[in-house]
Design a protein around this ligand. Structure first.
Ligand code: SPV
Ligand code: MG
Length: 561
């Protein structure tokens, strides 16, 4: 949208007023209700004093200040694109106050103001049993003249409103006042009535004889159509408070039901889904703005920890504790992971749990369940967390302890899919470490230089092969169990998972007897085979995995409390 070419809303209102049908306006009290009015197809919005007061929980009697009402009118204006007519009550005082009111509302982009001849503080036209006084016709005419001279945009509209019929001062008084306000320069006259039938308004209209276009508010005489009012001389018809009044029983009913049932879904039949709220308040636009204007790569990274398995290689140690809740010097593997992640700014952690899932402490992470953990592998756990695969994600095995510098290195990568790999493994003599299962090794596309000294490369390499079946002499590094995806990478992994799952869980997949049993490295190899460039980010030591009692003993030796 080219905002510089958009028609001013004052001009749009003038154009509508010269059309051949009534201009239909509905009341709003905030940005959301303004959106709803516009979407319902109204020509403009009435920033209603009655609605705005009610929405603030106070009576419509100048209890709110001009500042508060203007602030609300601004939200209404900014949430919409159609002209806003602001109900400015008396103009918030005498002519001097009204001048400032006009300047401020015009500057806020409001298309029209309506100023009534009540004395300040006003009382809502419908409240019975309250003191009702009008300022003199002379004083209000002076105020209208002041308003007209204060405006700077020639298309800005000043509506003069008389409460003569409301106050019971009679038809003659109403006509005299309307005449005085017209002579003072008002653009339109709002003639208000609280009669239960349209007769009074129609009589006024007929005696007024189109001397100036009229505005009517058929709240107490709702049976008349806009067309009938238009034919009588009303160019604008305002449905002043119906949106607000519709929302009250909706909230009362829904909240009453939830309170009674003490569960949220008791209200489900009456509410919109959250996504409808997102749409109305412009979340899709927010996302587009983020994509267009925020620096790339600065979106926060969140983590997915895969910790569903039962890990029988640890025997009795894991008989009643999931592995990542094993304590090493007083702190669990998970505590240590969460601390290292938070040191590099990753504070949102989702953990896929399965085995002994109820043992996980509430609030340590957000939990995703893989209840089929006994029959499935890491790929299925990652699939259980598929909703998490959005934006920048770090996927971490639940059984590694790592220094935060490891996470730091991989977070630096801006590639779609990056693996953290360690070349120190290659420096160990074969068989130096007792292993309960073959480590996941990685072969690079281009062999790195070999030798006794080594500085991890800052430029990522590209993975050619990954998995436990790679011969030691063909491998260049060991996979650390940490994978980083950026938004494009997340999307690719999600799409591949969806495609594989759609093809069936039972098909053999790379080294696994079925997709169900597949591990993460099988998924990575599939990506490589499909031509995906997977970056290898190097670290040199700084982490350990806990697979065996020996690993735990090692951890006890090398880890600080
Ligand atoms: C308002 O909506 O605040 C009005 C119209 O002024 S009425 O409530 O009908 O007076
Ligand atoms: Mg009002």
């Amino acid at each position: 949208v080219d905002n510089t070419k958009r028609e001013r809303r004052t001009t749009a209102l003038r154009r509508m007023l010269s059309g051949d049908r009534p201009v239909l306006i509905a009341g709003a009290h905030d940005g959301l209700s303004a959106r709803i009015v516009e979407e319902a197809g109204f020509d403009g919005i009435w920033a209603s004093g009655f609605e705005i007061s009610a929405a603030h929980g106070v009576p419509d009697a100048n209890v709110l200040t001009m500042t508060e009402t203007l602030e609300t009118a601004r939200f209404i204006n900014q949430a919409s694109t159609i002209p806003v007519i602001a109900d400015c009550d008396t103009g918030y005082g005498n002519a001097v106050n009204a001048i400032r009111t006009v300047r401020d509302y015009e500057a806020a982009g409001i298309a029209a103001v309506c100023i009534e001849d009540n004395i300040f503080p006003k009382r809502c036209s419908f409240y019975s049993g309250v003191k009702r006084e009008l300022v003199s016709a002379d004083e209000h005419a002076g105020k209208i003249r002041a308003c007209k001279e204060a405006q700077t945009d020639p298309d800005f509209v000043v509506i003069a409103r008389t409460e003569a019929l409301i106050a019971g001062w009679g038809m003659e008084e109403a006509l005299e006042r309307a005449t005085a306000y017209a002579e003072a320069g008002a653009d339109m006259i709002l003639i208000h009535s609280k009669s239960k039938t349209p007769d009074e308004i129609l009589e006024f209209c007929s005696r007024w004889a189109n001397r100036l276009p009229l505005v009517t508010v058929p709240t107490t005489y709702p049976m008349i159509t806009a067309k009938e009012l238009y034919d009588a001389g009303s160019r604008i018809v305002i449905y002043a408070n119906h949106g607000l009044r519709a929302s009250i029983p909706a909230m009362q009913e829904t909240l009453g039901k939830i309170r009674k049932a003490e569960r949220a879904d008791a209200g489900d039949a009456h509410i919109v889904p959250l996504t409808e709220v997102y749409r109305l308040v412009g979340v899709p636009e927010l996302k587009a703005e983020e994509a267009a204007y925020l620096p790339k790569g600065e979106a926060p990274t969140h983590a997915v920890v895969l910790a569903a398995g039962s890990h029988p290689t640890l025997g009795d140690l894991v008989a009643d504790t999931p592995k990542c809740l094993l304590k090493i010097k007083g702190r669990t593997i998970l505590d240590r992971q969460i601390e290292a992640l938070s040191m590099v700014g990753v504070n949102d952690v989702a953990l896929v749990r399965g085995y002994l899932k109820n043992h996980f402490p509430t609030g340590a992470a957000r939990y995703v369940d893989n209840d089929d953990y006994a029959e499935t592998g890491e790929l299925a756990s990652l699939y259980a967390a598929r909703e998490e695969l959005e934006g920048n994600v770090l996927v971490v095995y639940g059984d590694i302890v790592f220094d935060h510098t490891c996470a730091d290195r991989i977070l630096e990568s801006d590639r779609d899919i990056s693996l953290l790999v360690d070349r120190s493994f290659m420096d160990e003599p074969a068989g130096a470490r007792p292993l309960v299962s073959a480590p996941d090794l990685v072969t690079f596309k281009e062999a790195p230089a070999a030798g006794r000294r080594h500085i991890p490369s800052r430029a990522p390499g590209t993975a050619l092969k990954i998995g436990p079946d790679i011969a030691r002499e063909d491998a260049h590094a060991e996979y650390v169990g940490m994978l980083k995806l950026n938004s494009a990478g997340s999307e690719k992994v999600r799409a591949l998972l969806d495609e594989l799952v759609a093809a069936g869980w039972d098909k053999p997949f790379h080294g696994a007897p079925s997709l169900r049993k597949a591990s993460l490295v099988h998924l990575l190899q599939e990506l490589i085979d499909r031509g995906e460039k997977i970056a290898t980010v190097e670290t040199y030591k700084g982490w350990l995995e806990i697979d065996s009692v020996e690993d735990l003993n090692l951890a006890l030796r090398v880890l600080a409390p």
